[in-house]
Design a protein around this ligand. Structure first.
Ligand code: ADP
Ligand code: F6P
Length: 354
């Protein structure tokens, strides 16, 4: 065990329901082990500006159920520059912060890696509705976002049924179709469009026409924002023109990022928060906490970045040099598994939503 006296905690990037549950778990774990906690407000912006205050046990009372983040969040593009990060590191030294738990997504972890390299050990907790951190099965906020989507789509379906309409619904997810694929199945959508699989607008229209002939009155088409912001409104127009079914378009956007976290997100956030502090106190750093097959573990942030890039087919020259051929093989197998899970969801949606 490392003799750490004071740590910091911050939330950064897009907020996600469950971030507060993670902050709470981090605070309570540290404080009960006699480690002081400093809340760093507005992510890396607060770190460089010194917007940092001590947190006590009661500061995280009544937050496990709350959406958003009590520490607030920010995108701080200038944190990519070493001279800007130096201000943050100076603030840590001044306040005696010996390590930071950084709660956020992929960008947040890049910042955490730089900080670790430059003298402040960091541990990352994956919180983003997009579920686009390849090394973990689930990110905090993903489950809540999906539940919000199905609640909203159920409402749209009611009115579509009354008026015999179609509604094209665009959902967030950045480059990942996870939210769209899962919610399309769970909301009984007629079709789904995600960036991971090719799509054909004519076959979507044919599907709607066929279902209409079979007596169906409501049609929901879920589109992931990752296919481009122009796509979903244009698809709505095409469906109306080709099928004669009046078609509305709805972009759910940030509404899906708010709200009380689900039970699943509260538990995931709590487990990850506890594990993150324990990792830091064990003397580990530059790790991201993951959930794999129900177990909480940690992987190197660098590994997490590289496997992400491998998955997104964005590997850069030299990325794999640090891994042995056996490790690369294991990474490929892991990705094959992830791709086949997504394909299974896509196939299921296609088979049953007629
Ligand atoms: P997320 O963490 O949800 O992926 P962002 O991509 O906006 O969200 O990243 C959050 C923040 O992390 C950024 O605003 C920036 O402060 C920091 N960050 C992102 N990329 C880097 C990088 N390459 N180096 C240092 N900091 C970074
Ligand atoms: O990463 C979370 C997310 O909500 C994405 O789904 C979306 O593409 C993006 O953030 C929106 O970012 P902003 O809040 O900056 O509009």
């Amino acid at each position: 065990m490392k003799n750490i006296k004071r740590i910091g905690v911050l939330t950064s990037g897009g907020d996600a329901p469950g971030m507060n549950a993670a902050v709470r778990a981090v605070c309570r774990t540290a404080l009960t082990r006699g480690v002081e906690v400093m809340g760093i407000y507005r992510g890396y912006s607060g770190l460089i500006e010194g917007d940092i205050r001590p947190m006590e046990i009661r500061d995280v009372s009544n937050v496990i159920n709350k959406g958003g983040t009590i520490l607030y969040s920010d995108r701080c593009p200038e944190f990519k520059y070493k001279e800007v990060r130096a201000k943050g590191i100076e603030n840590c030294k001044k306040l005696g912060i010996e390590g930071i738990i950084c709660i956020g997504g992929d960008g947040t972890f890049q910042g955490a890696t730089r900080l670790t390299e430059e003298g402040v050990p960091c541990i990352g907790i994956p919180a983003t509705i997009d579920n686009d951190i390849t090394s973990t099965d689930n990110t905090i906020g993903f489950d809540t976002a999906m539940n919000t989507v199905i609640e909203l789509v159920d409402k749209l379906r009611d009115t579509c049924e009354s008026h015999a309409r179609c509604n094209v619904v665009e959902v967030m997810g950045r480059g990942a179709g996870d939210i769209a694929l899962n919610t399309a199945i769970a909301s009984g959508a007629t079709a789904v469009v995600v960036p991971e699989f090719p799509h054909n607008d004519d076959s979507i229209c044919k599907r709607i026409k066929r279902a209409k002939e079979l007596g169906k009155r409501n049609f929901i088409v879920i589109v992931s924002e990752g296919v481009g912001s122009e796509y979903a409104p244009a698809l709505a127009k095409k469906i109306q023109d080709d099928t004669g079914v009046e078609t509305k378009f709805a972009r759910l956007a940030h509404i899906v990022r708010g709200g009380n976290p689900t039970l699943k997100d509260r538990i995931l956030a709590s487990k990850m928060g506890v594990y993150a502090v324990e990792e830091l106190l064990r003397g580990n750093s530059n790790k991201v906490i993951c959930e794999r097959n129900g177990d909480i573990c940690s992987v190197n942030i660098n590994y997490s970045h590289i496997i992400d890039r491998m998955y997104k087919e964005k590997l850069e020259e030299g990325d794999l040099d640090q891994f042995t051929p056996e490790e690369i093989e294991r990474m490929k197998l892991e990705l094959d598994e992830k791709r086949s899970e997504l394909l299974a969801l896509y196939t299921t949606e296609n088979k049953i939503n007629l």
